[in-house]
Design a protein around this ligand. Sequence first.
Ligand code: NDP
Length: 451
Amino acid sequence: MEQSTKNYVESFMANIVANNPGEKEFHQAVREVVESVAPYIEAYPYLKELKVLERIAEPERVIMFRVPWVDDKGEIQINKGYRVQMNSALGPYKGGLRFHPSVNLSILKFLAFEQTFKNSLTTLPMGGGKGGSNFNPKGKSDNEVMRFCQSFMTELSKHIGQDTDVPAGDIGVGGREIGYMFGQYKRLRDEFTGTLTGKGLAWGGSLLRPEATGYGACYFAQDMLATRGKSFNGQTVVISGSGNVAQHAAEKATQLGAKVVTFSDSNGFIYDPDGIDQEKINYVKRLKNVIRGRIKEYVKEYPNAKYYPDERPWSIPCDIAMPCATQNEVNKEEALLLVKNGCYCVTEGANMPCDPDAIAVFHQAKILYSPGKASNAGGVATSGLEMSQNSIRQKWTSEEVDAQLHRIMSDIHAACVKYGTEEDGYINYVKGANIAGFIKVANAMVDQGVV
Ligand code: NDP
């Protein structure tokens, strides 16, 4: 990077840090994008004059609200609710809701910022947003979750709509939570519209939406592997998480001939040397989605597997790693270990799971590495397809949705190759995804004036 570009990056980041104090995840996400797009901005000075990137890094609107609810003991509980409406240059705000005790403004701003570029990459007309609450659904009864969701939606419903802002699920928000929130939205607004995605199949949901993020990540990884003449067939895959994204990444990788050997949650991971086949994946789906149990219970069902408490799965040798749990779950030491043990492809299913030092390790080793904003975009893309089906009041078959998902993932891969291929032929997917995502949003903002 030239010195003038370096100076631009550092002065940009100094402003971001000064204007958003203490928001370290947001700073991290912005820095990654600024480093990628700075040379492009230097080449097109009007983007600098129009302060396009400065505007992208400032949310259009942030809504914060109180979420009071009554627990099963009759005690009043109070949580924080948020919606970050980041950027609407390409369409209505779109992005998930996260319910997790760690949720704060920094995490939601980083997610909403990433979402803006991800949605741009999908080629669909969607702006970027994200929201959620520090509410912890774990250990709560269904009735408690319902009362919380109803209270949360009572406020959020004032700020969203099918042409304004269309939330979806994320960590802690699955089919159950979307159902309760949709019910309350419909009751308050007296309308049956596609204002939330991830809905049940009988009431406006799209086939393959639950599978889409994990499947899409595998389709993306297939294209990455193909650049090196490889495929999933016969490869050992290490996956973190055991929620929506992890389950469906494991399912598709297995269908494509890989041997998946790990799942994890925030308490530890399981390693199954025999491989986690479809029957075992079905067990995990039941365990996590219906019984709402912990991943350590897997070893009671499959005694050949071993449970490692308080550890992450990156010490297990593999060919392909798919972090599918949460942000900053792969650090430098773990990245070095993965590479040392022969891992040559890291495909992110989660958002920002690899920290900047880990990414530097992968780039230095010249292994395949894709950022979540490219490889996990299949989820929001299929949410976009759900919106289209709702608008025309039709339902597409799973084959139709799968074909569109596959095409979108291949288009995103092609965009990364176009903008990310370096002089020596190495594909820098971070650079490719950031530049490709940025160009579309930036051009739309230039067209729409200073708003
Ligand atoms: P789920 O709530 O279904 O599952 C999350 C999984 O990650 C659980 O196994 C959970 O374990 C684990 N996890 C959560 N927080 C932590 C933590 N702090 N440390 C270790 N493990 C943790 O969420 P999703 O599968 O939907 O989301 C996973 C990731 O994928 C997130 O980064 C999300 O933003 C991203 N994503 C999701 C999309 C979707 O369509 N759902 C779309 C695009 C990205 P535990 O049960 O212990 O909490």
